[in-house]
Each structure stands twice: as C-alpha cells, then as structure tokens.
Design a protein around this ligand. Structure first.
Ligand SMILES: *Cc1c(COP(=O)(O)O)cnc(C)c1O
Length: 422
C-alpha cells in the first residue's frame, strides 16, 4: 500500500475473517473490562485501549490512522470541527503568556480564534504578510513565541504558503510550524515533505467533500524536537497522569498524545463515531474528487480570465497569479477548486450574477461536490459600504466560486449565462 488512492480506501481498517468489509460505527460511549488492573493500566497511559469515547473510539481511531497515513504522520486526532482542531493544537503547545506568529491571510475563523478569543485567554498573536522577506518575518518573533501558523492554500485569499521557508524560519526560533492543509488536502500537497511539523484540516471541506459532516483533524509529523527547551509541559511530569513525561514516554508521538489525553480530555471537542464514519466515506474518493475539482477549476479560471465582464481572477493555477511559482512547487497536481474573481460592475453586478445562476448555488460553504458561490458584498459583509469593503481587502464585485464535480461544460454554460446578465 504505497499509493494514496489505495491508502484512502484501505488504511486504518483491516477486517479479519468474517468482519464487516466496511468500517463499523462503534456507537458506544463506553467499553467493558473484566479487571480493575486492566482499567488502571489504561488510565495511567501504560497501555493503549478504548475506555470512553471522549478519549478514543474504534471508528474514530480507524479514521485517524487513515488520515495519518495520507499525510505521512505518526498519529492523528479527529476533532468536532476545524475550529476545534486549531484550538486543540494551540492549547496543547501554548499557555497564557505565549505568542504565535500567523499569516494574515489565514481563514477568518482562525483569525478570530487567535486574534480575539485566545487573546482574551492570554495567548498573543502577530499576523504577518507571508510574502515579506525572511528578515522582515524574523522581526515578528519574540522570546515567548511558541508556534507559527499558515495555510497551504489560504481560504479565501488563495495565497500559497512557502512551506519550506516558513519551516526554516520557525525552526530557527525553536518553534514548530503548523500548516492548515484544508484546501490542498494530502492529495495535492503533503506539508511534512517540506518541513511542517503539524498539519490540521477542516475535514468539513474536501475530506468529507459532500457537505454532510462538520469535523477537523490534527496530524503529528513526529519530527519536532519538543526537548529544545521551549516546551516544559512536554518534558516535565504531568501530575494528572501520575507523572507521565510526554517526550520520554511517547517519543515521536509526544504532541499527538498530549493533545488527546490532556487537551481533548479536558476540553472535550471530540469527533463522534458517526461523524468519523461520514468523514471516512468522503476520504475513500478524495484523490479522484480532487483531480476532477482541479481540472474543472482550471477550465473555469481560464474562461473567467478571458471574459469581458471580469476584471480580475485569483487562482494560483493561473500563470497570472503572483503565487504561480509557489503553486508549481507545492501543488504540482493542481490547486483545488476554489477561485475568486472580480466583476467589473461592482456590487450590483455581483448580486445580479448570483441571482442569475441556475446550477451554482448561493451557499456559505466551499469545497464540496456542488458548485457554489458567495458574493461577500451582498451576504457575509453586507453591513459594510463600498469604502469599508475595500479597506478590508474585498472588492464590492468580488465573487468566491467553489467549482464542483458537475460536468465542466454545464458549469461554464451556467457561468456564461449569468455573466451576460451581470
Ligand atoms: C472552514 C475552515 C476552517 C474551520 O473549519 P470548521 O470545520 O468550519 O470549524 C479552518 N481552516 C480553513 C482553511 C477552513 O476553510
């Protein structure tokens, strides 16, 4: 099993003689034991096993093993949402008084989590322009910096992260690089191959891919050296587990074990077995779906770029993108299905375009099998006037388009007739 198509179907679950072929849903909160000794060993982390679904469940565990295999990591943990995955990774690494360096183009939900909620809890953040030079970026670091964060393909800015450069920058400061790989998926890019230490996903997007299940996942590369001096919680005894020392007792899995047995135990933002099952269904066809999303989006981006009513198209797969060279390096198989473009006619044209679509649907979602669109000026950002929109970097005529898996000729015909009316 070396190819990602095979892993996507088979990794994580190996049925024995007479077992169900399809991963069963262990719809149980608890697990039975016959001796107190056996339970004591589980509670002291001396043995791996299931005893309560908040800490682990056979269905979720199989999906975690599959995603770890897809990303090439040593372990993974599924969370209740993408937001929960970011929260879990930050809280596992940082405590009040610590500081994070994050790309300013990260997803809005991540931006709020770091810039507002975690700030209230005493974890500070500096947002940086990821296109700055190494010298400029290095100035964002402080003695208490403990984490660097960026997105392979940012949602919705569609900037491409120079993962190797950011990994080097993080490691020069003895801190790990966390990469949100939601839009790229491990099929298009494996950030561990370029030096990232931890990967997270909102599995809600392409991994599920059918818009049925909210979820997140964290994957540990096993490569970061937590004994470098900056992370005492990894190298000193945890009194809540009889003095377990994560680096000593779990080696390369120190991060992912700490995330589960400390952060998820205490904050409880765990995926359900049923939710993990739905995510797994999506994962089985992830490579084939991503290929089709990429091919469709490439044709759509080229069509939009040549259209008179479109003043600008942002897609890293286009030669006109400022990140095209980075895309060729990190995303040789394609740049996924999300495109943004600007209508020359501004706010009114955007609204007319959206209202004229017949196939593409208006949705606050991206990255699933159905083509969908969002016009921020008439929906998510409708309280802002044109000047305020431009101030936050959004053109009044901007449309975000998530290209689905319908036949590309049907998608193009729909866009063409709606553009005629825009
Ligand atoms: C959607 C998204 C998230 C948040 O995930 P939820 O599953 O909605 O909580 C985080 N990062 C990126 C890049 C996303 O697109």
């Amino acid at each position: 099993m070396t190819h990602i198509q095979t892993l996507a179907i088979h990794a994580g679950y190996s049925p024995k003689n007479g077992d169900p072929s399809v991963l069963p849903i262990a719809q149980s909160t608890t697990f039975r034991y016959t001796s107190t000794d056996a339970v004591a060993r589980l509670f002291d982390l001396q043995e791996a096993g299931f005893f309560y679904t908040r800490l682990g469940n056979p269905t979720t565990d199989a999906v975690e093993q599959k995603i770890a295999a897809l990303e090439g990591g040593v372990g993974a943990i599924c969370t209740s949402s993408g937001q929960a995955a970011l929260f879990t990774s930050v809280v596992t690494i940082c405590r009040a008084g610590d500081h994070i360096v994050a790309s300013s183009t990260i997803y809005g939900g991540s931006f709020n989590l770091l810039g507002s909620s975690l700030k209230r809890l005493g974890i500070d953040v500096t947002f940086v322009d990821q296109r700055q030079s190494n010298e400029e970026l290095a100035r964002a670091f402080r003695p208490n910096t403990r984490l660097v964060l960026g997105e392979t393909i940012a949602n919705p800015a569609l900037t491409v992260l120079d993962i190797e450069r950011f990994a080097r920058l993080a490691h020069d400061h003895n801190v790990p690089l966390l990469v949100d790989n939601t839009f790229a998926t491990p099929y298009l890019c494996r950030p561990f191959d370029f030096g990232a230490d931890i990967v997270m996903h909102s599995t809600t997007k392409y991994m599920d891919g059918h818009a049925v299940q909210l979820g997140g996942v964290l994957v540990d590369s096993g490569n970061f050296d937590w004994t470098c001096g900056n992370f005492p919680e990894f190298t000193e005894p945890d009194p809540t587990y009889h003095g377990t020392v994560y680096t000593r007792d779990f080696g390369k899995q120190a991060f992912i074990v700490k995330a589960r047995v400390q952060t998820i135990r205490d904050f409880g933002c765990v995926q359900t077995p049923q939710g993990a099952f739905y995510t797994d269904l999506g994962l089985q066809t992830l490579p084939q779906r991503m290929d089709c999303h990429c091919r469709n989006a490439e044709k759509v981006a080229a069509f939009l770029e040549g259209h008179a009513k479109v003043s600008h198209v942002n897609y890293p797969g286009l030669a006109s993108s400022p990140d095209h060279a980075l895309a060729q390096k990190y995303l040789p198989k394609g740049c996924a299905g999300v495109i943004s473009f600007t209508l020359a006619g501004g706010r009114e044209a955007g609204a007319r375009f959206i209202d004229s679509l017949k196939l593409g649907t208006l949705e606050v979602h991206v990255a699933d099998i159905r083509t969908c669109v969002l016009h921020p000026a008439s929906s998510t950002h409708r309280q802002l006037n044109d000047e305020q929109l431009v101030e936050c970097g959004i053109d009044p005529g901007l449309v975000r388009l998530s290209v689905g898996l319908e036949h590309v000729d049907d998608i193009l015909a729909d866009l063409a007739q709606a553009l005629d009316k825009a």
